[in-house]
Design a protein around this ligand. Structure first.
Ligand SMILES: Cc1ncc(C[n+]2csc(CCOP(=O)(O)OP(=O)(O)O)c2C)c(N)n1
Ligand SMILES: [Mg+2]
Length: 366
């Protein structure tokens, strides 16, 4: 697969920042939209930084995969970082978050680190998964960061479960969120989770990243309803639309969705159109995606749009953009070199047991 690497932005220098009103989301059938929603400079900068980290980290993961250093599949979120980060950045400690395979940006915004990501992919025993899982099935459930079971709808239910548990414990103010592909919305799991969330009026935010393909299956072979927004009405939840490759719009729409869920307004379904700019996984050359689609506005790179938009708003200077790029690149390279030298798990010391919380000698497993 040919894939250009993310070029370092040119440093040109620009002025300081100010607060701007985000563009309102384009209106479509059933759209609630976000007229007048504001996005702060600080939020936009944090989001852009996480997008940049995700992009450069994933480029490194792709290179490590191609050089045979990563065992198993590698699934990347190139082109989907704006939407992903916009969800992660609006969540806070105590919330429940279940990212999927294209959510490296959201994960970093939620508090995951470049170090732990590399430790997981490279099978280091020092990572949070202790070298037992190769890629995206990682999380810290006790911190509300769910480890992915499947990309195809299962996580809507686990987030609902986390929110129900909080309700039973009398905890208030938390939001639960997950992202899903448009293909995943065709599954029974998605339907059951959404329906339960609607009936229970859970503070759930489900973001549909409509990247036009489910692996190689195009949307006209995936659903017949024309517009996924129509599903919100069917479930009896609020529907919103975001421009999937526009960071400022995603931040505004997701900000409203998360705030509405937190304020007790029930489940929020956000639908965003975009294009993944890589294959389904690094084993896939994505040759089934028509070049006309790649050249359409949908195929524009969200990282470039975000950078241009932050420069235009004077929320970021060109020098900062270049410095951030260099700093993140350095961090990724140095962290990868360090993790490549870390120990793999030792099978003779493993105490993992699928059916018991007790270790080999009867002591509580870690
Ligand atoms: C039950 C099941 N069938 C097939 C797969 C393989 N699979 C994983 S993701 C995927 C496509 C998902 O498409 P979509 O939901 O649109 O998400 P995207 O990959 O586009 O982000 C497929 C076929 C699977 N993991 N589980
Ligand atoms: Mg898809």
């Amino acid at each position: 697969m040919t894939k250009s690497s993310t070029a370092a932005p040119e440093a040109k220098g620009a002025k300081g920042g100010k607060k701007k009103t985000a563009p309102s989301a384009p209106k479509g059938k059933g759209t609630v939209g976000t007229p007048g929603a504001t996005v702060s400079k600080e939020l936009a900068r944090r989001a852009y930084r996480s997008m940049l980290e995700a992009r450069l980290l994933e480029e490194k993961l792709a290179a490590l995969y191609r050089s045979g250093k990563i065992v198993g599949g590698v699934f990347l979120g190139r082109g989907q970082e704006a939407l992903s980060v916009a969800l992660g950045v609006h969540l806070r400690r105590g919330d429940v978050y279940a990212p999927l395979i294209r959510d490296q940006a959201g994960r970093l915004a939620f508090g995951d680190t470049i170090l732990d990501t590399l430790r997981t992919y490279l099978g280091s025993s020092l990572g949070s998964m202790r070298g037992r899982d190769g890629n995206i099935h990682r999380g810290r459930p006790s911190e509300g960061y769910h480890a992915m079971i499947s990309h195809l709808g299962a996580m809507v239910s686990t987030v609902c479960g986390g929110l129900m548990a909080k309700r039973f414990r009398g905890e208030t103010g938390a939001v639960g969120a997950t992202c899903i592909g448009e293909g995943g919305t065709s599954t029974g799991s998605f339907h059951e989770g959404m329906n339960m969330a609607a009936v229970e009026k859970l503070p759930l935010v489900v973001v549909v990243a409509n990247n036009q393909f489910s692996y190689s299956t195009p949307n006209d072979r995936q659903f017949a309803c024309g517009d996924l927004m129509a599903r919100a009405e069917g479930y009896g939840v609020t529907g919103r639309r975001a421009v999937g490759n526009d960071l400022v719009d995603c931040l505004a729409v997701l900000g409203e969705a998360v705030a509405a869920a937190r304020a007790g307004k029930g489940p929020q379904l956000v639908v965003a159109d975009l294009l993944r700019l890589v294959g389904h996984g690094e084993h896939d050359d994505a040759s089934y995606i028509p070049s006309a689609l790649k050249k359409s506005p949908l195929g524009r790179d969200c990282l470039e749009i975000a950078r241009e938009s932050l420069l235009e708003h004077e929320w970021l200077t060109a020098k900062e953009a270049a410095d951030w790029h260099a700093a993140v690149e350095k961090e990724v390279e140095e962290t990868a070199s360090k993790v490549l030298r870390e120990p793999a798990p030792d099978p003779s010391e493993e105490d993992w047991n699928a059916f018991s919380a007790l270790g080999r000698n009867g002591e509580e497993a870690r």
